[in-house]
Design a protein around this ligand. Structure first.
Ligand SMILES: Cc1cc2nc3c(=O)[nH]c(=O)nc-3n(C[C@H](O)[C@H](O)[C@H](O)COP(=O)(O)OP(=O)(O)OC[C@H]3O[C@@H](n4cnc5c(N)ncnc54)[C@H](O)[C@@H]3O)c2cc1C
Length: 398
């Protein structure tokens, strides 16, 4: 039986991010992941200023900044309706509202970091089979190279994604909402500069986001009913480009070309609780969100920052972080989490209920947003990761 202070199940972006955030904790950590690192994640993430600051505080930003395109303005509009909302970096007094970064580079930077963490033992590929809670300990059995290994720790973090084994083993119920939608992700080459404007254009079924990348390229995330996305996937590259141009319009000029298209089915999954004795669920295992509001990873990093800060504060006071402390972490996360999940779900639902109504609602909402400063401020706080209590790991360090 191998004993650790903390075991993280799942070494995706969230699990790896937590291990990296605890690099100076002196805790003996085990990180278990069913797969080896890959370099093929096609997703392109919009990260808010807080998330980027988190990566900077972990000293990962120097590896990422060459791939990170700043967002100077967000422009939201609705196909077939008059009006748009613009949010500018000047509104928040920051050099950028956020950055767009290909997920594969974040994964690579985190994996490099995992290799040099002296307090973290990696089990990968190793799959969690069973999890049992017993007398204040959590016992895990994992299979690695066909061999069963037994590990234990007082605290276990379930960062093992949407189909979480940790969640299933604890029999934590999850609400699942199938949107009947998918997201098509590709990169679009432009004939002119995007001027660092991130566009989100809503339509009857969902939205097209065109987010700035480096080198006159945009990250295209098109969410719509699954049948529509399947039809878009079946088009030739030229026919798809024409369709994208027609649906998105000419705000970015004439589009030049697109790269390979990828599809992601969209569901919302929310665990009914995050904490069960010594176990905490984080990231996609706790909540998998519709990407329409680009909240999933940003929210997860907020949670990671709150948890890491809670653990480090206990260590600084020479106290032990215990399973009881996990409940306090959940309480601190709750408000921000509900806000992020609410925004993602409401935006995604609005367009599937009644497009005419939704159009009017959004138009009003947009106009309201533009004239009502407090509403706009709340929106910006959410975008920049400043809503709720802000953990130090999301702030610039003195
Ligand atoms: C199209 C799309 C676009 C998105 N865009 C954005 C965006 O712009 N901004 C944003 O903030 N978020 C975005 N997101 C959300 C983001 O992708 C997720 O929030 C994030 O990937 C969650 O990471 P995770 O580590 O929790 O889960 P995962 O990445 O799923 O990682 C889970 C890990 O657990 C491992 N695992 C699973 N089961 C086991 C087991 N039994 N034993 C051991 N290991 C196991 C897996 O191998 C995997 O490595 C987007 C999502 C999609 C689909």
């Amino acid at each position: 039986m191998q004993r650790y202070d903390l075991i993280i199940v799942g070494g995706g972006l969230v699990g790896a991010g937590l291990a990296a955030a605890l690099r100076r904790s002196d805790l003996q950590i085990a990180l278990i992941d069913a797969r080896l690192p890959s370099n093929d994640d096609p997703r392109l993430f919009a990260l808010n200023a807080g998330s980027c600051q988190f990566l900077e505080n972990l000293d990962l930003w120097p590896k990422l900044k060459a791939y990170a395109a700043p967002i100077h303005q967000v422009h939201v509009s609705n196909h077939g309706h008059f009006g748009s909302v613009r949010l500018n970096r000047e509104d928040v007094g920051l050099p950028a509202l956020g950055y767009v970064i290909p997920a594969k580079h974040i994964e690579a930077a985190l994996n490099d970091e995992l290799q040099i963490l002296s307090n973290c033992t990696l089990y990968r590929p190793a799959k969690l089979q069973t999890l049992e809670q017993q007398d204040g300990k959590v016992l895990l059995s994992v299979i690695s190279d066909g061999v069963e290994k037994n590990l234990q720790a007082p605290i276990v973090i379930g960062a093992d994604g949407t189909e979480s084994t940790v969640r299933a083993q604890l029999k934590i119920h999850a609400d699942i909402f199938d949107y009947g939608q998918s997201a098509l992700v590709t990169r679009t080459m432009l004939k002119r500069s995007h001027r660092h404007i991130a566009y989100e254009r809503f339509n009857a079924e969902g939205a097209i986001a065109m987010l700035p990348l480096s080198d006159n390229e945009c990250a295209t995330i098109w969410s719509a009913d699954t049948s529509t996305i399947s039809a878009l996937m079946a088009l030739s590259e030229t026919a798809f480009l024409d369709k994208l141009q027609k649906e998105f319009g000419y705000r970015l000029g004439n589009l030049k070309a697109v790269s390979k298209r990828h599809v992601f089915p969209l569901r919302m999954i929310r665990a009914e609780k995050m904490v069960e004795q010594g176990v905490l669920l984080l990231g996609n295992s706790a909540h998998t969100l519709h990407p329409i509001a680009a909240q999933g990873f940003n929210l997860a990093l907020y949670e990671v920052a709150i948890l890491a800060e809670g653990i480090m504060q206990k260590i600084a006071r020479n106290e032990i972080f215990t399973p009881v402390d996990l409940q306090g972490i959940q309480d601190q996360i709750q408000k921000h989490q509900s806000a992020s999940i609410g925004v993602s779900h409401r935006l995604s639902r609005l367009f599937s209920i009644d497009s005419a109504l939704a159009g009017a609602a959004v138009q009003l909402g947009m106009i309201g947003l533009d004239i009502a400063k407090p509403v706009k401020k709340r929106f910006i706080d959410g975008m920049t990761g400043r809503a709720g209590r802000v953990p130090r790991l999301l702030l610039a360090q003195e």
